[in-house]
Design a protein around this ligand. Structure first.
Ligand SMILES: NC(=O)c1ccc[n+]([C@@H]2O[C@H](COP(=O)([O-])OP(=O)(O)OC[C@H]3O[C@@H](n4cnc5c(N)ncnc54)[C@H](OP(=O)(O)O)[C@@H]3O)[C@@H](O)[C@H]2O)c1
Length: 269
């Protein structure tokens, strides 16, 4: 029986696909652009709305939701519940039933559907700092809340947990809070990136109003952005904590931010 991987060309999904294929597991990658999937991996071409038609012979699904709302999720979850035995859902840390995040709504839909679930409640991805690549090259990163402390996670650690959950039945019903192994302020993250690429890079605090306008102009959903800014503000006084869940599930310690920066040096040079 096949494992269907959505988000298969994304930060996390591409590693899930590669690891499952390397382990000899029957995997099928969902993408709108098949040329982005490594040769030899079977592909189901389409977007998330096409998933109900891709479930022939599929037993387990890695679900990455590509939107910031869950309005289109109910028919997709119904189709999954009627045809597969397990959905490993890439959710978000801090999700609770009254959370405004779309992840909470999708978790509830999945839970209520009766399908077997494993929720990967990931904290902030280290890949979010790729947003700074041009600024790192220019030597100054301007953004808000430099003293906000985050326990960013390497995308490969999320993928390792996903593959473990997809290939071993003991993770059914689990909800894992996943973080990196340390908390660094954004100023410290920038310093780490500079050290790895061998350049002096400094932090410059951006006024919150300016950041908000620029993100709205780039198409961010207003509620999603305002929740995000309020959250970053809170991390100055209450930095994110660290969980040991990656190591508990995979048997390997979570990768540090410095390791992530080394793995992505080419993106910042
Ligand atoms: N960034 C964070 O800090 C963070 C923290 C917690 C949770 N998350 C969650 O993680 C998820 C993103 O994971 P990621 O970073 O690995 O993904 P990503 O790199 O943003 O990749 C998005 C993937 O979704 C696919 N995609 C885009 N639009 C699609 C559509 N209409 N239908 C089907 N597929 C579509 C793309 O595939 P193709 O273009 O090949 O079709 C691509 O593989 C989101 O749900 C986000 O909320 C993120």
């Amino acid at each position: 029986m096949t494992i269907l991987v959505t988000g298969a060309t994304g930060n996390v999904g591409k590693h899930v696909v590669a690891e499952l294929a390397a382990a000899g597991e029957p995997v099928r990658a969902v993408t709108r652009t098949p040329s982005r999937v490594p040769g030899g991996v079977p592909v189901a071409q389409g977007g998330i709305a096409d998933v109900p038609g891709m479930l022939d012979g599929v037993d387990r699904v890695f679900l990455v939701w590509p939107f910031t709302h869950a309005d289109d999720a109910p028919p997709i979850v119904s189709a999954l519940a009627s045809q597969v035995s397990q959905v490993v859902f890439l959710s978000a840390r801090g999700v609770s039933d009254d959370s405004p995040l779309f992840h909470a709504r999708i978790e509830k839909l999945l839970r209520d559907s009766g399908v077997g679930t494993t929720f990967l409640r990931a904290g902030g991805f280290a890949t979010n700092t790729l947003e700074w690549a041009d600024q790192v090259r220019a030597g100054v990163v301007r953004w808000v809340y430099g003293d906000a402390g985050r326990s960013l996670i390497h995308e490969r650690d999320i993928a390792d947990v996903a593959v473990t959950a997809l290939t071993s039945p003991s993770h059914l019903g689990a909800a894992y809070e996943l973080t990196g192994p340390e908390t660094l302020t954004q100023v410290e993250q920038v310093r780490t990136l500079g050290a790895v690429v061998g350049r002096d890079v400094r932090w410059e605090e951006m006024p919150v109003g300016e950041a908000r306008e620029s993100m709205l102009a780039r198409g961010w959903d207003q509620d999603f952005l305002d929740n995000g800014l309020a959250y970053w503000a809170s991390l100055v006084d209450e930095p994110e904590t660290v969980t040991g869940t990656v190591e508990e599930v995979t048997g390997k310690p979570a990768r540090t931010f410095a390791q992530w920066a080394i793995d992505h040096t080419a993106d910042f040079r």
